[in-house]
Design a protein around this ligand. Sequence first.
Ligand code: ATP
Length: 229
Amino acid sequence: MSLLTLSDVSAFYGASQALFDVSLSLAEGEVMALMGRNGMGKTTTIKVICRMLPIAGGDLRFDGHDLRPLPSHRAARLGIGLVPEGRRCFPNLTVRENLFATARPGEWEMERVTGLFPRLEERRNQSAATLSGGEQQMLAIARALMTNPRLLILDEATEGLAPLVRQEIWDAIRQLKLQSGMAILIVDKSLRELGTIADRAVILQRGSTVWSGHFGDLDETVTNAYVGV
Ligand code: ATP
């Protein structure tokens, strides 16, 4: 059964329409790459899923629940964990406080997330503001995991990071796929890295779904036309 379903979803910023009939469906445990060039609607789609932007039309369901009337904290409580673009940790809280601020009971607790990101254990009593960009990204992922989501959404989690740190983040995401049954919706610019974890892909062009299918079926014609690599 599908865990997350968007059917013909439309959304606006004020009078300006940003999404036109976006459809996608993600099963439990599946990894989906949400792709498209800059400004094509990836983050907007994520905002709609997380109920941070009103939905103007279409249907939006998570585990059978109608998400449309729900505020963002209720969507989170149903099991949608977001790692937002730009990380957004609480800068004045320590690493530990950041992790517990939104934690919910489940298999992902302090020991398990610091097993995935040992650096967070070393920095547990430091304020988030003193962390490097890569460490802040690890914290943002760890914090989302500690909400024990059934769906983890990663929006440009490796953006702007040095190559070695980027590798650490990708290794952690690959471990997540192997060791947890979590569904993952991921936006990232690296086709090569996405190819190591994504089961399926959806491509957006000017706010519309223009391609969806198995990641392995993406060919150069499609990526050249819509992803621009
Ligand atoms: P990027 O990789 O650059 O983040 P994206 O695919 O995530 O791109 P979105 O951020 O979803 O794209 O933007 C989709 C469209 O909505 C763009 O035309 C963008 O200019 C517009 N948009 C995004 N945020 C706002 C906003 N707060 N107010 C008005 N328009 C916005």
